[in-house]
Design a protein around this ligand. Structure first.
Ligand code: SF4
Ligand code: SF4
Length: 427
């Protein structure tokens, strides 16, 4: 059984109440309200655990203020993982109160992988009818549900899983990797899935794409649905079977990577069978950028002419996401990296936080957009799909020229500039 709130009693106790975390917390920086963020969230979890407060709707709302970004842990002298404590508290509240029907309905598609392709096809069809395309995003033709200034990612309608075989072979492979693709690259930004596979092939790496892999589980866990752990266990079993056959498990999504690599350590360490399997794979889980930098990539790029700034996602500690994407851009002739003022500052999206707290998330995003604007960069790269989606909407609303892309798409574009036509362009 996954760890419960009571199993985090020691971590809760470890909090020194010093408040160093407040300066890092993106929500505190906007609201200046201690009870709802950083150490305040820990105090809420403690009160819930000790029975001092009930699992009320208000309690649920206060716990949902946290973005689970983990920025507070970077500033914490005691290394307290507030995001884990808040996740455990949300699971506890959902256990006592039950989940709202709307969340149950949405999560049922992620829990049941046989339904997901159908749901995505229907979503793409509905979007084609009711929305108009704007690059890789879409806005309502008649703005009645989301509003005229809201942009959603364009759903592909096809999937990478359907497009490629389970083993994508190359002649004389240098290494063999398994690809955890995640829902976004599989169903939404499929051009990124194409770019990752294309770049790996171009560099002589054989890619295994396990067809039975499922959602990483974080969307469920972030809302207190403990069945998210079942998805995580399933992925651990699938990739552990491949552990002896592959050199690495590559991930293009910062959030999926953090979930696969870090969540089992926090929540599944009391499950010997699954934890043993996890230990077989944990050191192999790596971002696609770090894999390429560590294992080498061809520098037969064409000459490009663009400037790039970098927004680091909050889920960055599981791989070298600080260094590797920058090194790749710096190796492309004609690409110039222009750092923004605070590259590590949260963009406000935080998974589904922007759905439930849109105004607050937009307040956080406004600072990030100002940083991006100051760079006047052609592209802002970021390896998190949530950040790309939310910033992509922001640049459209503010009519900025900067495009928000994944670093691997820029790499693919540079190969394409040298005539590698099989690789897709950045949007
Ligand atoms: S996880 Fe992020 S939003 Fe939550 S308390 Fe920590 S810094 Fe604030
Ligand atoms: S979470 Fe860490 S930084 Fe924040 S009050 Fe507790 S000990 Fe201090």
């Amino acid at each position: 059984m996954a760890k419960q709130l009571k199993d985090f009693a020691k971590e809760i106790q470890d909090c020194l109440q010093c408040g160093f975390c407040l300066a890092k917390c993106p929500i505190y920086r906007e609201l200046r309200m201690d009870p709802m963020v950083a150490r305040g969230e820990i105090n809420l979890a403690k009160a819930l655990l000790e029975g001092d407060i009930e699992a009320t709707k208000k309690m649920d709302e206060m716990l949902m203020m946290c973005q689970l970004c983990g920025q507070c842990t970077e500033a914490c002298p005691a290394g307290v993982k507030t995001a884990d404590i808040v996740t455990a508290a949300r699971l506890e509240v959902a256990k006592r109160r039950g989940l709202p029907w709307i969340k149950k309905a949405i999560f049922s598609f992620l829990k049941n992988p046989s339904l997901t392709p159908l749901a995505m096809k229907m979503g793409a069809l509905g979007q084609n009818i009711a929305f108009k395309k704007d690059g890789d995003m879409a806005s309502e033709r008649v703005p009645i549900i989301f509003g005229a200034d809201r942009f959603l990612p364009k759903i592909s309608g096809s999937s990478i899983m359907d497009k490629y075989p389970e083993v994508i072979k190359v002649d004389n492979p240098k290494k063999r990797v398994a690809y955890f693709i995640g829902c976004y690259s599989n169903y939404v930004d499929t051009e990124l899935g194409d770019a990752v596979i294309g770049v790996m092939k171009h560099n002589g790496y054989e890619v295994v794409l396990p067809k039975d892999q499922v959602c990483c589980g974080l969307p469920l866990l972030a809302h207190g649905d403990e069945e998210g752990f079942e998805l995580l266990r399933k992925n651990i079993r699938i990739f552990a079977k491949l552990a002896d056959e592959v050199d690495a498990i590559i991930v293009d999504c910062a959030t999926c990577g953090a979930t696969l690599k870090e969540t089992p350590e926090s929540f599944l360490s009391d499950e010997p069978e699954i934890f043993e399997l996890y230990e077989k794979i944990k050191d192999k889980i790596v971002s696609v950028e770090e894999f390429l930098v560590e294992n080498g990539y061809k520098e037969d790029f064409g000459e490009v002419d663009f400037t790039v700034t970098y927004h680091l996602p909050c889920h960055r500690s599981w791989s070298d996401l600080r260094g590797a994407p920058r090194k790749i851009i710096e190796s492309i002739p004609g690409a110039k990296l222009v750092e923004m003022a605070e590259p590590e500052r949260c963009c406000g999206n935080a998974g589904s936080h922007m759905l439930t707290h849109y105004d607050l998330a937009s307040q956080v995003r406004a600072r990030k957009l100002e940083d991006i604007k100051q760079t006047e960069a052609d592209y802002c790269m970021t390896p998190c799909p949530g950040c790309r989606m939310f910033l992509g909407e922001g640049v459209r609303q503010q009519k900025l020229d900067t495009k928000i892309v994944h670093p691997i798409k820029l790499m693919a574009q540079a190969y394409q500039a040298a005539g590698q036509k099989a690789l897709p362009k950045a949007n």
